[in-house]
Design a binder for this molecule. Structure first.
Ligand code: PHE
Length: 339
C-alpha cells in the first residue's frame, strides 16, 4: 500500500499540462469526491495502528502535492496569457485626456494685450492693494474731490491710506515714476469697486488700461490707435468719441463702436442705437505728468481704459457678469476652442 502511495506521489510530480480540461480530470482523479485521496482516507481506517503514522504522512504528502500541482498549473496558464488578456489590448488608443482651458477673462485679456503688443506696447502690472497717491491723489484726484465718488472704494480698515485699487491707472502712475518717455504700456489687472452685485456689475472686475507718452502725441494718435484696436478686436471699423470727464485726462472722451443693427441681439445690446460704449480715454492731464516728474511742456500722451468682462460679455454673448466668478465647469468648458 505504501509503495502504491509513493508511486502516486511520483505520478503527481510528473504530471504536466497546459490544458484546463486535462488539469480538471487530474483534479477529479486525485481530489474529487470519488477520487484516489478519498479512497485512501477511507482505507486509512483499516491500517494497523503501528503503521498509521507513516501511512498518514504519505497520504498527506500526496494530497498537498496534488493540490499544489493543480494550483501551479492553473496559475501557469493564467500567466502565459500575458499582458494581453490581463490588461486588454495594449495597442488600442488611450482614453482621451481631459485638457483644461483658459478662463474667458484670461482669453480676452490675452487678446487685448496681444493686439497692443503688435504696435509696441509693453505689459505692466502693479499691486492690487494700493495707496491713496497712486490710485487717486497722484492722478489729479485730491482728497474731497467729488470725482472720487465716481468709483466707490474699499478702504483697508487697518490703514485708511490703503485701498483696493479701483482702476489700473494706478499701475500707469507707478510705471511713469520709474520710466521716462517714450512710454507705451498696457496694464491689465483686477480692480475693486464697492458696488452692488447684479447681472451687469460686480465689486470685482478686470481692466486693461493703456498709456502712450512721447513728444508730439496728439488726440489724432489716440483716435487712430483706438480705431486699430477696435478693428483687430471686433472687426468693426467705425468708432466715435463723445466728450466726457476724467480727472486724469483733459480732454476726455467716451469711446463708442458702431456694432451694427443686423440681428435681434444687436438691437438688444445696443438698445436699438447700433452704438456700444466700450471704454474711456483722453489726453493725460499735465498735472499728472508733473506728479511723476515728466515735463508736460516737452511731452504729451494719451490714456485709455476698458473693462474686460464687458468686452467678453459682448464677444461671447454672456448675459450675466456673475458667471465669470462662479466657475461652473459647464460654463467654462464652452471656451475650450478659443485660443
Ligand atoms: N480709469 C478709468 C476708469 O477706470 C478709465 C480711463 C483710463 C479713462 C484712462 C481715461 C483714461 O474708469
Amino acid at each position: 500500500m505504501l509503495d502504491k502511495i509513493k508511486e502516486l506521489i511520483g505520478e503527481v510530480a510528473q504530471f504536466q499540462s497546459a490544458n484546463l480540461d486535462e488539469i480538471e480530470s487530474f483534479r477529479i482523479k486525485f481530489l474529487g469526491k470519488k477520487g484516489i485521496l478519498n479512497d485512501l482516507f477511507a482505507a486509512f481506517k483499516n491500517v494497523p495502528a503501528d503503521e498509521r503514522k507513516e501511512f498518514g504522512h504519505y497520504i498527506n504528502t500526496l494530497k498537498n502535492a496534488a493540490q499544489d500541482k493543480v494550483t501551479a498549473l492553473k496559475e501557469a496558464i493564467e500567466n502565459s496569457k500575458g499582458f494581453e488578456t490581463k490588461y486588454g489590448d495594449l495597442t488600442r488608443p488611450a482614453e482621451p485626456i481631459e485638457l483644461g482651458n483658459r478662463h474667458p477673462i484670461s482669453l480676452v485679456k490675452n487678446q487685448i494685450v496681444d493686439i497692443f503688443s503688435r504696435i509696441g506696447f509693453t505689459v505692466s502690472e502693479g499691486p492690487e492693494m494700493e495707496d491713496d497717491w497712486h490710485n487717486f491723489t497722484g492722478l489729479n484726484l485730491p482728497e474731497y474731490h467729488p470725482a472720487r465718488d465716481m468709483q466707490d472704494t474699499f478702504f483697508l480698515q487697518t490703514n485708511p491710506d490703503m485701498l483696493l485699487r479701483t482702476h489700473t491707472s494706478s499701475v500707469q502712475m507707478r510705471y511713469m515714476e520709474s520710466h521716462q518717455p517714450p512710454i507705451r504700456t498696457v496694464s491689465p489687472g483686477r480692480v475693486f469697486r464697492n458696488e452692488d452685485i447684479s447681472a451687469r456689475s460686480h465689486c470685482i472686475f478686470h481692466q486693461v488700461e493703456g498709456l502712450y507718452i512721447d513728444t508730439n502725441v496728439s488726440f489724432a494718435d489716440l483716435k487712430q490707435t483706438l480705431l486699430y484696436f477696435t478693428k483687430e478686436m471686433f472687426g468693426k471699423s467705425k468708432i466715435r468719441l463723445r466728450p466726457s470727464y476724467f480727472p486724469f485726462t483733459e480732454p476726455s472722451a467716451e469711446v463708442d463702436i458702431y456694432w451694427g443693427l443686423e440681428t435681434e441681439v444687436d438691437y438688444k445690446i445696443t438698445k436699438g442705437t447700433g452704438w456700444l460704449e466700450i471704454m474711456g480715454c483722453g489726453m493725460v492731464d499735465p498735472n499728472v505728468l508733473k506728479n511723476v516728474n515728466i515735463d508736460p511742456t516737452k511731452y504729451s500722451g494719451f490714456a485709455f481704459g476698458m473693462g474686460i468682462e464687458r468686452i467678453a460679455m459682448l464677444l461671447y454673448q454672456i448675459p450675466d457678469i456673475r458667471m465669470f466668478y462662479e466657475n461652473d465647469v459647464r460654463f467654462l468648458e464652452q471656451f475650450k476652442s478659443v485660443r
